[in-house]
Design a protein around this ligand. Sequence first.
Ligand SMILES: [Zn+2]
Length: 398
Amino acid sequence: MVKQPTFENALAFASDLIAIPGLSGGEGDVARRVHQEMEALGLADVRVDDAGNVIGVARGRGDAPPAMLNSHLDVVAEGDHAEWEVPPFSGEVRDGFLHGRGAMDIKGPLALQTYAAASMIGEAPGDVIVAHTVYEERGGLGMKHLLESGEVKPGVVIIGEATHGDICIGHRGRAEVEVALTGVAGHASAPGRASNALDLLGDVLLAVRDLAAAQETDDLLGAASVVPTMVDVLPQTRNVIPDRVVVALDWRILPGDDHESLVRRVREAVQARIPSVPEGMAWEVRMATERQVTYTGIVADGNLFTPGFLMDPSHPVVEAAARSVGRRERVEDDATVRPWTFATDGGWSCGVHGIPTVGFAPGEESFAHTNRERLNVEEARWGYARYPVLIAAVQSAL
Ligand SMILES: [Zn+2]
């Protein structure tokens, strides 16, 4: 049975998706539901890749470079249900808003993108790939895998993260870097027989402060920032001199920073504060890593690194996007062009792979990851109507 690509059906699909929980690594049930809907809508080549991303294609009428519409399958934890005014997995439409975890981040936009693509079968200037990815909320393993695998080759990417109707063209990235200090453990009553790893901590914190004072600023994205956020001390015993200390740094980075350059800069800052290491002690700078397991069973021990990106506001794709979308109040005016405050999978598509990437979706960023998450239905209806115009415009601009 072929489903009709109407806004009402898209909204009902979004509501169904909200009712299916799925944190990063647990997207299987959501993925199956998305796969089923893509088939019902008549998309071609509907499939799930090794990492669990769901992909389908709306075949176009011509051979313009393919546009890829991307949202993610995972959501963040909903927290205490009692704190929600409307239950987090209800998917209820009340007072003009679709409510629940994922309403705007990102199951509402995911549904709109999927339906918008279906509405363009046989009409878009080129193929429209719909690829919804896993693990976006934990650094973007799904998108990284999708693009590295060569499974899709988009000429342009449109991300469905909330923009409130604006065209978003980039964001800062995020990296977690660790400074590990080692010494020799010993009884606290006999410091002479030990080398206290905490003795190096003060210099390391000063080194981070030096580094923080030397961060670059981008006119559009603002300043990069680095702060120490946690210190782990081992063994965790108050009468033992510790032999291991790990200082965690949260670094909001600008486009172009890769993990080698970040580690090198921390190393140089620490070296300047600790020119010679006392006997029996050592320090090391490294990226923080995390083991991630997809619902399909892929295991990845990855760096905690999400790249940033920034499109030139005068790039033809950006100009075409802003002009085609217009403003909700006045369609003759170009949409506002600006960066997001948070990171997205666009860091992989544009920051790493160089594919022109913009964001467009209804929804207010301030509701993301809160227990008031909601999507304005009339804004969503408007966004749904603008999507086909946007897709055709960016494909033609390439
Ligand atoms: Zn999101």
